[in-house]
Design a protein around this ligand. Structure first.
Ligand code: ASP
Length: 328
């Protein structure tokens, strides 16, 4: 190697090391939810509460380690949501709620704040991890939202894991459907809890949001909620924030909740907190129930909800970690 080539090579290596050093000093934040709804501290057995807290803690630890090692926010969001989809406690992947006809139809979406690229699947019946399929739609297709049978075909072509529909089924969720059908509960009170979501800003300053759900118990006619709708249940833009919602999807669609938070920041120069307060007030006024988690590019985090509880938590590079279920 000539002397000039050698010094160019050394210069290149130094540049890469400096860039990595600078990037590694940057901060990251990740927040999750595991659904909002009528949750009572008194009525939920202590053992059950501990179980939820344990899984939320594991999900946060997983996301934290991806981001700490320099993984992207999209990697962290997909790892965390896949973990929660595999856990039968949550209404996403295994443990999803049942449709009126006793099937599981799953919705998921993801959005990358750096590129504004997005991917989503709706009414998926065979994909083990819908969030992985949503990311594949974003990364490897020319579309944003795939639905129904097409999701299975796409997942097969992408080499993703397919499972029979009964894989998603749990006894508890079947009981919920039976109770709803016997009119023992109103739809809003049915056990829908457990939609999962994750938002993150990584050490490179890139934001990502993802959401995954089985929807609402007893849903009919191929009903699709807000979770796979970009702008309603999920939104991310590096300029503003990343948002993942949970709650009565019809209201979140009508108010385009996730995009509204970002739009108030973009066009009205509101802070994340101000925008989130404004959107939650609108949701409550319209009679919608639920909440969301959101982070901005500076790592600020909000986890608002207007129900009696929301499974939620966040973790940051500063060593902060919080997990909670109820209002207190
Ligand atoms: N938002 C979801 C839906 O409407 C349900 C939920 O978050 O509980 O499908």
């Amino acid at each position: 190697m000539k002397r000039s080539e050698l010094s160019a090579w050394i210069g290149g290596v130094l540049l890469v090391l400096c860039t990595m050093g600078a990037a590694a000093q940057q901060k990251y934040t990740l927040a999750i939810h595991g659904g909002a709804g009528v949750l009572s501290k008194e009525r939920m057995p202590a053992g059950r509460q501990q179980e939820y807290l344990r899984h939320l803690d594991r999900a946060l630890t997983l996301g934290d380690s991806v981001l700490r090692q320099g993984g992207t926010s999209a990697d962290a969001v997909v790892s965390v949501i896949s973990y929660l989809e595999d856990c039968p406690l949550f209404n996403a992947g295994r443990g999803a709620v049942f449709t009126h006809s006793g099937k599981n139809e799953l919705d998921a979406s993801i959005m990358d704040g750096a590129t504004l690229k997005a991917g989503a699947v709706a009414g998926a019946t065979r994909i083990k991890n819908p969030i992985v399929a949503a990311r594949a739609v974003m990364d490897h297709s020319e579309h944003v939202l795939l639905s129904g049978k097409g999701t299975t075909q796409f997942a097969r072509e992408q080499g993703l894991t397919l499972v029979p529909n009964r894989y998603f089924s749990t006894r508890e969720r079947k009981e919920s459907l039976k109770k709803l059908q016997k009119q023992q509960r109103r739809r809003q009170e049915a056990d829908n809890h457990g939609t999962v979501g994750c938002v993150a800003v990584d050490i490179y300053g890139n934001l990502c949001a993802g959401t995954s759900t089985g929807g609402m118990t007893g849903k009919k006619y191929g009903r699709i909620g807000d979770s796979p709708i970009i702008g309603a249940g999920t939104y991310a833009d590096n300029k503003t924030c990343a948002v993942s919602c949970t709650g009565h999807g019809e209201y979140f669609i009508r108010l385009t909740v996730a995009r509204d938070v970002a739009a108030l920041m973009e066009y009205r120069q509101m802070s994340l907190q101000q925008a989130s307060d404004r959107v939650m007030a609108k949701l409550t006024n319209l009679g919608g129930t639920g909440g969301f988690v959101a982070v901005d590019a500076a790592g600020n985090v909000v986890l608002p909800f207007n129900t009696s509880g929301m499974f939620r938590g966040f973790v940051s590079s500063a060593g902060e970690k919080e997990i909670a279920i109820f209002t207190d």
